[in-house]
Design a protein around this ligand. Structure first.
Ligand code: ATP
Ligand code: ZN
Length: 287
Protein backbone atom coordinates (compact mmCIF):
# COMPACT_ATOMS: atom_id res chain seq x y z
CA UNK A 1 0.00 0.00 0.00
CA UNK A 2 1.38 3.41 -0.92
CA UNK A 3 1.70 5.98 1.83
CA UNK A 4 -1.01 8.59 1.55
CA UNK A 5 -0.04 12.23 1.09
CA UNK A 6 -2.14 15.39 0.85
CA UNK A 7 -1.53 17.88 -1.97
CA UNK A 8 -1.85 21.55 -1.09
CA UNK A 9 -2.23 24.31 -3.67
CA UNK A 10 -0.81 27.66 -2.55
CA UNK A 11 -0.21 30.88 -4.44
CA UNK A 12 3.24 30.95 -6.05
CA UNK A 13 3.87 34.64 -5.52
CA UNK A 14 1.50 37.36 -4.45
CA UNK A 15 -0.43 38.64 -1.49
CA UNK A 16 -1.37 35.21 -0.17
CA UNK A 17 1.97 33.44 -0.54
CA UNK A 18 4.00 34.58 2.42
CA UNK A 19 1.28 34.15 5.05
CA UNK A 20 0.17 30.80 3.57
CA UNK A 21 3.67 29.37 3.90
CA UNK A 22 4.09 30.95 7.34
CA UNK A 23 0.96 29.14 8.52
CA UNK A 24 2.33 25.73 7.48
CA UNK A 25 5.68 26.51 9.08
CA UNK A 26 3.97 27.49 12.34
CA UNK A 27 2.26 24.10 12.21
CA UNK A 28 5.71 22.53 12.36
CA UNK A 29 5.66 21.42 8.73
CA UNK A 30 9.11 21.50 7.13
CA UNK A 31 9.62 22.07 3.43
CA UNK A 32 11.78 23.94 0.96
CA UNK A 33 10.37 26.90 -0.93
CA UNK A 34 12.34 28.79 -3.50
CA UNK A 35 11.10 31.24 -6.10
CA UNK A 36 11.73 28.79 -8.94
CA UNK A 37 10.10 25.78 -7.29
CA UNK A 38 6.71 24.61 -8.59
CA UNK A 39 6.30 21.82 -6.07
CA UNK A 40 7.83 20.82 -2.77
CA UNK A 41 7.41 17.76 -0.54
CA UNK A 42 7.52 18.16 3.23
CA UNK A 43 10.25 16.25 5.01
CA UNK A 44 8.24 15.64 8.19
CA UNK A 45 4.51 15.65 7.30
CA UNK A 46 2.64 13.74 4.55
CA UNK A 47 2.10 16.81 2.45
CA UNK A 48 3.15 18.18 -0.91
CA UNK A 49 2.85 21.80 -2.06
CA UNK A 50 1.93 22.91 -5.56
CA UNK A 51 2.79 26.58 -6.22
CA UNK A 52 0.23 28.09 -8.60
CA UNK A 53 -1.49 31.27 -9.81
CA UNK A 54 -4.20 31.97 -7.26
CA UNK A 55 -7.00 32.00 -9.87
CA UNK A 56 -6.22 28.38 -10.76
CA UNK A 57 -6.39 27.07 -7.19
CA UNK A 58 -10.18 26.56 -6.78
CA UNK A 59 -10.42 24.67 -10.09
CA UNK A 60 -7.49 22.40 -9.24
CA UNK A 61 -9.04 21.58 -5.87
CA UNK A 62 -12.44 20.94 -7.44
CA UNK A 63 -10.87 18.56 -9.99
CA UNK A 64 -8.79 16.80 -7.34
CA UNK A 65 -5.44 17.75 -8.88
CA UNK A 66 -4.85 19.29 -5.45
CA UNK A 67 -6.65 18.00 -2.33
CA UNK A 68 -6.72 21.30 -0.47
CA UNK A 69 -5.74 24.90 -1.16
CA UNK A 70 -5.37 28.35 0.33
CA UNK A 71 -7.32 31.04 -1.52
CA UNK A 72 -8.95 34.45 -1.06
CA UNK A 73 -12.69 34.13 -0.43
CA UNK A 74 -13.22 36.80 -3.11
CA UNK A 75 -11.72 34.59 -5.83
CA UNK A 76 -13.66 31.57 -4.61
CA UNK A 77 -17.02 33.35 -4.51
CA UNK A 78 -16.45 34.95 -7.90
CA UNK A 79 -15.91 31.61 -9.64
CA UNK A 80 -18.26 29.37 -7.67
CA UNK A 81 -16.30 26.13 -7.81
CA UNK A 82 -17.63 23.09 -5.95
CA UNK A 83 -15.21 22.83 -3.03
CA UNK A 84 -15.62 22.86 0.76
CA UNK A 85 -14.41 25.76 2.88
CA UNK A 86 -12.75 24.01 5.83
CA UNK A 87 -11.15 26.93 7.69
CA UNK A 88 -11.06 30.71 7.79
CA UNK A 89 -7.41 31.67 8.05
CA UNK A 90 -7.65 35.30 9.17
CA UNK A 91 -4.98 36.76 6.87
CA UNK A 92 -5.09 38.61 3.51
CA UNK A 93 -8.08 40.51 4.80
CA UNK A 94 -9.45 42.93 2.24
CA UNK A 95 -12.74 44.12 0.79
CA UNK A 96 -14.22 44.42 -2.66
CA UNK A 97 -15.59 47.93 -2.95
CA UNK A 98 -17.23 50.27 -5.42
CA UNK A 99 -15.31 53.48 -6.05
CA UNK A 100 -16.08 56.57 -8.10
CA UNK A 101 -14.10 59.68 -9.19
CA UNK A 102 -13.34 61.78 -6.11
CA UNK A 103 -15.06 64.95 -7.37
CA UNK A 104 -18.38 63.16 -8.08
CA UNK A 105 -21.30 63.70 -5.74
CA UNK A 106 -22.30 60.30 -4.35
CA UNK A 107 -26.01 59.94 -3.78
CA UNK A 108 -26.25 56.32 -2.62
CA UNK A 109 -26.33 53.07 -4.58
CA UNK A 110 -28.75 54.55 -7.12
CA UNK A 111 -25.71 56.54 -8.31
CA UNK A 112 -24.69 53.38 -10.20
CA UNK A 113 -27.97 53.11 -12.16
CA UNK A 114 -27.05 52.90 -15.87
CA UNK A 115 -23.35 53.31 -15.13
CA UNK A 116 -20.46 51.34 -16.59
CA UNK A 117 -18.33 49.65 -13.91
CA UNK A 118 -14.86 48.23 -14.56
CA UNK A 119 -13.95 45.22 -12.41
CA UNK A 120 -12.14 41.90 -12.25
CA UNK A 121 -15.11 40.60 -10.23
CA UNK A 122 -18.16 40.94 -12.50
CA UNK A 123 -20.17 38.21 -10.73
CA UNK A 124 -19.80 39.57 -7.20
CA UNK A 125 -20.38 43.12 -8.46
CA UNK A 126 -23.52 42.23 -10.43
CA UNK A 127 -24.92 40.12 -7.59
CA UNK A 128 -24.49 43.00 -5.16
CA UNK A 129 -26.00 45.63 -7.44
CA UNK A 130 -28.97 43.55 -8.54
CA UNK A 131 -29.65 42.52 -4.92
CA UNK A 132 -29.92 46.28 -4.29
CA UNK A 133 -32.18 46.84 -7.29
CA UNK A 134 -29.57 48.71 -9.34
CA UNK A 135 -29.21 48.11 -13.08
CA UNK A 136 -25.72 48.80 -14.39
CA UNK A 137 -23.18 47.23 -16.75
CA UNK A 138 -19.90 45.67 -15.72
CA UNK A 139 -16.88 45.75 -17.93
CA UNK A 140 -14.47 42.95 -17.03
CA UNK A 141 -10.76 43.78 -17.02
CA UNK A 142 -8.07 41.67 -15.43
CA UNK A 143 -5.72 44.28 -13.98
CA UNK A 144 -5.06 48.01 -13.37
CA UNK A 145 -8.76 48.50 -12.77
CA UNK A 146 -8.14 51.81 -10.95
CA UNK A 147 -7.17 53.67 -14.11
CA UNK A 148 -10.38 52.76 -15.99
CA UNK A 149 -12.36 55.93 -15.07
CA UNK A 150 -9.49 58.33 -15.89
CA UNK A 151 -9.01 56.85 -19.38
CA UNK A 152 -12.72 56.91 -20.11
CA UNK A 153 -13.22 53.15 -20.03
CA UNK A 154 -15.79 53.21 -17.21
CA UNK A 155 -17.69 55.53 -14.86
CA UNK A 156 -16.72 53.65 -11.74
CA UNK A 157 -14.81 50.60 -10.54
CA UNK A 158 -15.32 47.68 -8.21
CA UNK A 159 -11.98 46.49 -6.87
CA UNK A 160 -10.07 45.03 -3.94
CA UNK A 161 -9.19 47.59 -1.28
CA UNK A 162 -7.23 47.22 1.92
CA UNK A 163 -6.08 50.69 2.95
CA UNK A 164 -7.54 52.79 0.15
CA UNK A 165 -4.16 54.30 -0.79
CA UNK A 166 -4.25 53.08 -4.40
CA UNK A 167 -7.75 54.52 -4.88
CA UNK A 168 -6.68 57.92 -3.56
CA UNK A 169 -3.63 58.10 -5.80
CA UNK A 170 -5.89 57.40 -8.79
CA UNK A 171 -8.34 60.16 -7.91
CA UNK A 172 -11.05 57.78 -6.70
CA UNK A 173 -13.09 57.44 -3.51
CA UNK A 174 -14.56 54.29 -1.98
CA UNK A 175 -18.33 54.57 -1.62
CA UNK A 176 -19.75 51.09 -0.93
CA UNK A 177 -18.47 47.74 0.30
CA UNK A 178 -19.55 44.82 -1.87
CA UNK A 179 -17.79 41.85 -0.26
CA UNK A 180 -15.50 41.18 2.73
CA UNK A 181 -12.69 38.73 2.13
CA UNK A 182 -9.95 36.83 3.89
CA UNK A 183 -7.84 33.78 3.09
CA UNK A 184 -9.62 30.44 3.54
CA UNK A 185 -8.57 26.82 3.31
CA UNK A 186 -10.61 24.85 0.81
CA UNK A 187 -10.83 21.12 0.29
CA UNK A 188 -11.93 18.78 -2.46
CA UNK A 189 -15.38 17.56 -1.46
CA UNK A 190 -14.65 13.85 -1.83
CA UNK A 191 -11.32 13.21 -0.10
CA UNK A 192 -10.67 9.56 0.76
CA UNK A 193 -10.47 8.61 4.42
CA UNK A 194 -6.67 8.60 4.53
CA UNK A 195 -6.43 12.12 3.12
CA UNK A 196 -9.24 13.23 5.42
CA UNK A 197 -7.26 11.98 8.39
CA UNK A 198 -4.22 13.98 7.28
CA UNK A 199 -6.41 17.07 6.77
CA UNK A 200 -7.88 16.66 10.27
CA UNK A 201 -4.39 16.48 11.73
CA UNK A 202 -3.45 19.65 9.85
CA UNK A 203 -6.62 21.48 10.94
CA UNK A 204 -5.95 20.53 14.56
CA UNK A 205 -2.50 22.12 14.30
CA UNK A 206 -3.90 25.24 12.63
CA UNK A 207 -6.43 25.54 15.47
CA UNK A 208 -3.67 25.42 18.05
CA UNK A 209 -1.69 28.11 16.23
CA UNK A 210 -4.78 30.33 15.85
CA UNK A 211 -5.81 29.96 19.50
CA UNK A 212 -2.31 30.90 20.62
CA UNK A 213 -2.39 34.04 18.48
CA UNK A 214 -5.22 35.50 20.56
CA UNK A 215 -3.71 34.92 23.97
CA UNK A 216 -0.65 35.87 26.01
CA UNK A 217 1.16 34.13 28.81
CA UNK A 218 1.50 36.30 31.89
CA UNK A 219 3.90 35.84 34.80
CA UNK A 220 3.89 38.12 37.83
CA UNK A 221 4.99 38.37 41.44
CA UNK A 222 2.55 38.87 44.26
CA UNK A 223 2.57 39.00 48.05
CA UNK A 224 0.74 36.18 49.82
CA UNK A 225 -2.01 38.50 51.10
CA UNK A 226 -2.91 39.55 47.55
CA UNK A 227 -3.00 36.08 45.97
CA UNK A 228 -6.77 35.65 46.12
CA UNK A 229 -7.46 39.08 44.67
CA UNK A 230 -5.01 38.57 41.80
CA UNK A 231 -6.37 35.06 41.22
CA UNK A 232 -9.86 36.47 40.77
CA UNK A 233 -8.55 38.65 37.92
CA UNK A 234 -6.75 35.83 36.10
CA UNK A 235 -8.97 33.31 34.39
CA UNK A 236 -6.22 30.87 33.34
CA UNK A 237 -6.90 27.67 31.42
CA UNK A 238 -7.94 25.84 34.58
CA UNK A 239 -6.64 28.00 37.43
CA UNK A 240 -3.46 30.06 37.59
CA UNK A 241 -0.29 28.33 38.80
CA UNK A 242 1.06 29.74 42.08
CA UNK A 243 4.72 29.05 42.83
CA UNK A 244 6.57 30.23 45.99
CA UNK A 245 9.53 32.54 45.41
CA UNK A 246 12.82 32.28 47.30
CA UNK A 247 11.74 35.36 49.27
CA UNK A 248 9.43 34.58 52.22
CA UNK A 249 5.79 35.64 51.70
CA UNK A 250 6.12 36.19 47.92
CA UNK A 251 4.75 34.07 45.08
CA UNK A 252 4.98 33.92 41.32
CA UNK A 253 1.71 33.45 39.44
CA UNK A 254 1.40 32.20 35.85
CA UNK A 255 -1.65 32.38 33.65
CA UNK A 256 -3.05 32.94 30.17
CA UNK A 257 -5.00 36.05 29.21
CA UNK A 258 -6.85 37.06 26.11
CA UNK A 259 -5.40 39.67 23.79
CA UNK A 260 -8.76 41.50 23.76
CA UNK A 261 -8.91 42.37 27.45
CA UNK A 262 -5.16 42.54 27.80
CA UNK A 263 -4.73 46.18 28.93
CA UNK A 264 -7.77 46.10 31.22
CA UNK A 265 -6.43 43.02 32.99
CA UNK A 266 -2.90 44.39 33.30
CA UNK A 267 -4.19 47.60 34.89
CA UNK A 268 -6.36 45.78 37.40
CA UNK A 269 -3.48 43.42 38.22
CA UNK A 270 -1.26 46.38 39.09
CA UNK A 271 -4.05 47.76 41.20
CA UNK A 272 -4.25 44.44 43.04
CA UNK A 273 -0.58 44.57 44.00
CA UNK A 274 0.99 42.50 41.20
CA UNK A 275 4.63 43.36 40.46
CA UNK A 276 7.22 42.43 37.86
CA UNK A 277 4.56 41.54 35.32
CA UNK A 278 5.94 39.72 32.25
CA UNK A 279 3.79 39.13 29.18
CA UNK A 280 5.00 36.53 26.68
CA UNK A 281 3.71 35.32 23.31
CA UNK A 282 2.41 31.75 23.16
CA UNK A 283 3.49 29.67 20.20
CA UNK A 284 0.96 26.82 20.33
CA UNK A 285 -2.00 26.12 22.55
CA UNK A 286 -3.41 22.61 22.91
CA UNK A 287 -6.58 22.43 24.96
P1 ATP B 1 -1.65 35.70 -9.25
O1 ATP B 1 -0.40 36.13 -9.95
O2 ATP B 1 -1.39 34.49 -8.37
O3 ATP B 1 -2.83 35.55 -10.16
P2 ATP B 1 -3.01 38.10 -8.31
O4 ATP B 1 -2.29 39.28 -8.82
O5 ATP B 1 -4.28 37.67 -8.94
O6 ATP B 1 -1.97 36.87 -8.21
P3 ATP B 1 -2.75 39.12 -5.58
O7 ATP B 1 -2.69 40.57 -5.84
O8 ATP B 1 -1.49 38.43 -5.16
O9 ATP B 1 -3.41 38.31 -6.79
O10 ATP B 1 -3.88 38.87 -4.51
C1 ATP B 1 -4.22 37.58 -4.07
C2 ATP B 1 -5.34 37.69 -3.06
O11 ATP B 1 -4.90 38.40 -1.91
C3 ATP B 1 -6.58 38.45 -3.55
O12 ATP B 1 -7.45 37.64 -4.27
C4 ATP B 1 -7.19 38.89 -2.24
O13 ATP B 1 -7.91 37.84 -1.59
C5 ATP B 1 -5.96 39.19 -1.38
N1 ATP B 1 -5.59 40.63 -1.49
C6 ATP B 1 -5.52 41.38 -2.59
N2 ATP B 1 -5.17 42.64 -2.33
C7 ATP B 1 -4.98 42.68 -1.00
C8 ATP B 1 -4.59 43.70 -0.11
N3 ATP B 1 -4.31 44.93 -0.52
N4 ATP B 1 -4.48 43.39 1.20
C9 ATP B 1 -4.75 42.16 1.64
N5 ATP B 1 -5.14 41.16 0.84
C10 ATP B 1 -5.25 41.40 -0.46
ZN1 ZN C 1 -4.75 36.01 -9.71
Amino acid sequence: MSESIIRVAVQKSGRLSEDSLKLFKECGIKFESGSSKLRSVSSNFPLEFLFLRDDDIPGYVEDGVADIGVIGLNVLEENKKKVDIVKELGFSKCRLSLAIPRNENYTGLNYFEGKNIATSYPNLTNQFLSANGVKSQTHEISGSVEIAPSIGLADAICDIVSTGGTLLSNGLKEVAEVFKSQAVMISNSSLNSEKKAILDKLLFRIDSVQKAQNVKYVVLNVEEKNIDLVKSLLPGMKAPSVVPLAQEGWYSMHSVISENDFWDIIESLRGAGAQGILVLPIEKMIL
